[in-house]
Ligand binder design. Structure first.
Ligand code: HEM
Ligand code: SF4
Ligand code: SF4
Length: 518
């Protein structure tokens, strides 16, 4: 049932994301940096907020004019800062909601990710409270409308001794003291929002909280252009003697207010709370269960801590060793956090196919997909390759992963496939084993789209291992020109087919090992 909802939405999302890959490139694609962009917008709002605060007058009579003079009396820096403050706040709503939708559609919110999802829900409330609170401070007609409607909404709960709305009955009732309280709230709530954002990512190992530099600079340029072309302006000044009849709403923040007018406070509380509880409970509807957690083998772990460094979920810790073996530490896996991705197996120095079958017990392994199975699958696939192919077609073995391009139906006369839980599980020594023993002419690795590994770092670590930047790296003796990568999503079959053709042509043009030796 859940898959019936997720898969069609995933296809749409991946299509859009693919289009964005062209102008931005996979590295800067904003749809892959939505959490980081939300953080970035927060900082833009914070810095521009400090600027606006310096010129802000905290009084009923002076607030409106002080904000207006930012736009009209210092049009460049003041107007831009005010516009930054507003447009970056709006942008934060957009990136936050697309981020939420994306995590749901890509099924990255259940299992170990439940905490990150769950803590995202209070973020939405704090984000709205921060934004609406900002609009009150301008004290124009929009502020008046939002202020009175918000007060009536809160009054429905009857938790305040005196109804809040009484403060806005007449101009005399609205005092500077109340205005100072609003300003305090507009500083305190965003601070809570920031704390909530950090709690949100606390359980993520190496969270990406900053967008790539190019994306950040491009975003700032876009905000500046927007601020110059359409500077943020106010409505007419608030006047509590008059009823506000016509205001232009900021739909990013005030979308619920027309509903409040139509349905009343009680209905809106019911909708907001039901929706929040529903979203918060999604990780258990139904719960995601992973295969058995990775296991450490005491006799084979030498405490090198590579698995600890590579685990994308922080499931591995290094513990003091107590069994008398000559290594000070040993890896330990927390089964409640482990997603059975196998990336730790790919990083373990003991995971090499050059060892004999009996010796192929690794420091760390997946009970449901042991390294022995990977080697057996690899050998079985290689056995399906004929020794010689017509017209010198190169023999290729493809390693696919469970979450990326579907490699199931890709086999042909000269192409065989082996699949594993995550491409990050593949120790580079397997490529060495295949190419040095000339069991195939080329090895092609596929996984999810670049920057979008389901297990977070599978692709990144693989790239680094291939290029020699990360242990265990692909040994220098391996002919790198015979190794190819193709990163893509489940819907990118056509791309893989094209890449196989390109790789075949490339391999055909390479000298054979005999020619190279001569
Ligand atoms: C201001 C709002 C938010 C900010 C700044 C933010 C920021 C982030 C960041 C930086 C990450 C880590 C990304 C990575 O390293 O791969 C993340 C992950 C995540 N966020 Fe948010 N987030 C926000 C709102 C939300 C909301 C509202 C939800 C959903 C209710 C949500 C759900 C998630 C989930 C499920 C992940 C885990 C993704 C993964 O492990 O692959 N976030 N967020
Ligand atoms: S299988 Fe994946 S999540 Fe589990 S310990 Fe290994 S790297 Fe970490
Ligand atoms: S990578 Fe292997 S040898 Fe190194 S600490 Fe982890 S399990 Fe032990």
């Amino acid at each position: 049932m859940l898959k019936n909802i997720q898969l069609p939405l995933q296809a749409v999302l991946l299509k859009f994301e693919g289009w964005f890959d062209n102008p931005f490139g996979p590295e800067w694609n904003p749809l892959r940096h939505l959490g980081a962009l939300s953080f970035f917008f927060f900082w833009v709002v914070a810095v521009s907020g400090v600027y606006v605060y310096i010129f802000f007058e905290t009084s009923v009579s002076g607030a409106f004019q002080s904000v207006e003079s930012l736009t009209h009396d210092q049009p460049y820096i003041g107007g831009i800062m005010r516009s930054f403050h507003r447009y970056a706040s709006d942008a934060m709503v957009v990136t936050t909601f697309i981020h939420l939708a994306r995590e749901f559609v890509m099924d990255r919110y259940r299992g170990v990710r439940w905490f990150t999802w769950f803590t995202g829900v209070p973020i939405i409330w704090l984000l709205y409270a921060s934004g609406i609170g900002g609009y009150w401070l301008v004290w124009d007609e929009l502020a008046q409308y939002l202020m009175i409607a918000s007060a009536e909404w809160l009054d429905w709960l009857s938790i305040f001794g005196e109804p809040l709305a009484n403060n806005f009955l007449t101009p005399e009732a609205f005092k500077d003291r109340m205005f100072s309280l609003l300003l305090f709230l507009h500083i305190a709530i965003p601070l809570f929002l920031l704390i909530a954002c950090f709690i949100h990512v606390v359980k993520i190992s190496r969270p990406r909280i900053n967008p790539p530099k190019g994306l950040a600079i491009g975003t700032l340029i876009m905000l500046t252009v927007l601020s110059l072309v359409k500077p943020a302006v106010s409505h007419g000044p608030a006047n509590l003697d008059k009823v506000v009849v016509n205001v232009e709403l900021d739909w990013f923040y005030a979308i619920a207010y027309p509903l409040f007018d139509m349905w009343g406070a009680g209905a809106l509380w019911l909708i907001a709370l039901t929706l929040s509880i529903f979203i918060a409970c999604l990780p258990w509807m139904p719960k995601l269960t992973f295969q058995e957690a990775a296991e450490v083998d005491n006799l084979n772990c030498n405490g090198c801590s590579r698995c600890y460094a590579d685990c994308p979920f922080g499931a591995v810790t290094m513990q003091p060793r107590t069994d008398g073996r000559p290594y000070p530490r040993i890896a330990q896996v927390d089964p409640d956090i482990c997603t059975s991705c196998g990336i730790c197996v790919g990083s373990c120095p003991t995971a090499t196919p050059f060892r004999s079958q009996e010796m192929l017990i690794t420091g760390i392994d997946l009970p449901h997909f042991r390294l022995t199975k990977l080697r057996a699958d690899t050998d079985a696939s290689l056995d399906r390759l004929p020794d010689v192919l017509p017209e010198g077609a190169p023999r290729i073995i493809i390693y696919g992963c469970d979450h990326g391009i579907d490699v199931d139906k890709i086999e042909s006369a000269n192409v065989v496939v082996t699949s594993l839980p995550c491409i990050g599980m593949l120790p580079p020594s397997f490529i060495d084993y295949i190419l040095m023993k000339e069991k195939a002419d080329g090895v092609l690795l596929t996984g999810c789209r670049e920057g979008d590994c389901y297990h977070r770092f599978g692709i990144h670590w693989t790239e680094q291992r291939l290029s020699g930047e990360r242990d265990p790296y692909l040994r220098k003796r391996v002919p790198k020109e015979r190794v190819w990568t193709c990163w893509g999503a489940v819907t990118d079959n056509a791309k893989l087919k094209q890449q196989i053709d390109d790789f075949s042509t490339h391999l055909k043009n390479l000298p054979t090992s005999q020619e190279a030796a001569e």
